[in-house]
Design a protein around this ligand. Structure first.
Ligand SMILES: CC(C)(COP(=O)(O)OP(=O)(O)OC[C@H]1O[C@@H](n2cnc3c(N)ncnc32)[C@H](O)[C@@H]1OP(=O)(O)O)[C@@H](O)C(=O)NCCC(=O)NCCS
Length: 168
């Protein structure tokens, strides 16, 4: 991800019902992505099609949990490009990069976001805890964990990542 990707990603992000529920604003999201780039977090994009449109992204903090483990802060694929394996490819690439820094990946997923929970379970994550009312008062954040040391032994994804996708 580069700074020029941010306006496009944020424009679509604020229209996603999930993030609307978390009251993600254009200004706030832009500032957070810019800060993530400055701090050198793992920020990847997937560009797709002849026009190289950015249709997915991940954001991972190398030492975001307990000072020991990586934290997958966000992953998103544009709704009109879902179920094509883009999320799986982005997740796998992020995990491989995170493995250079950490043995485990953690993430939070909303209790109502059952589709994302199924996605993570399918990719080797297990629920290890839950935090009621952590971000929104009426939502429990489920804590998911994956041991990254197993990542190298998984099958490689065949989806090509755009060369601009890199660990910033
Ligand atoms: C969760 C999310 C990142 C998944 O991205 P995705 O690109 O749709 O994921 P994939 O295509 O790899 O896998 C999703 C499904 O498509 C299926 N799929 C994968 N490749 C496929 C293909 N080539 N053809 C058809 N289906 C396919 C998978 O089997 C999976 O099925 P499932 O829903 O039964 O588990 C995406 O749906 C999203 O952005 N959701 C909104 C934001 C969100 O919830 N983020 C996570 C919390 S921060």
């Amino acid at each position: 991800m580069t700074e020029t990707d941010i306006p496009h990603i944020v424009k679509w992000l604020v229209a996603v019902p999930l993030w609307q529920r978390y009251q993600v604003s254009t200004t706030g999201a832009r500032a957070r992505f810019e800060d993530g780039l400055r701090q050198g977090h793992i920020l990847l994009v997937c560009d797709w099609g002849a026009d190289n449109r950015t249709v997915g992204f991940t954001w991972c903090l190398q030492h975001g949990v307990f000072g020991l483990s990586a934290y997958l802060r966000l992953i998103g694929v544009q709704p009109d490009h879902s179920k094509l394996g883009i999320g799986a490819a982005l997740l796998a690439h992020t995990e491989r990069l995170a493995l250079e820094f950490a043995k485990d990946m953690f993430l939070l997923v909303s209790d109502f976001n059952v589709d994302a929970q199924r996605f993570y379970l399918k990719h080797g994550y297990t629920q290890v805890g839950a935090i009621p009312g952590y971000v929104l008062p009426d939502v429990t954040e489920l804590i998911f964990r994956k041991r990254l040391v197993d990542v190298g032994r998984e099958g490689e994804t065949t989806l090509a990542m755009n060369p601009s996708s890199k660990d910033m």
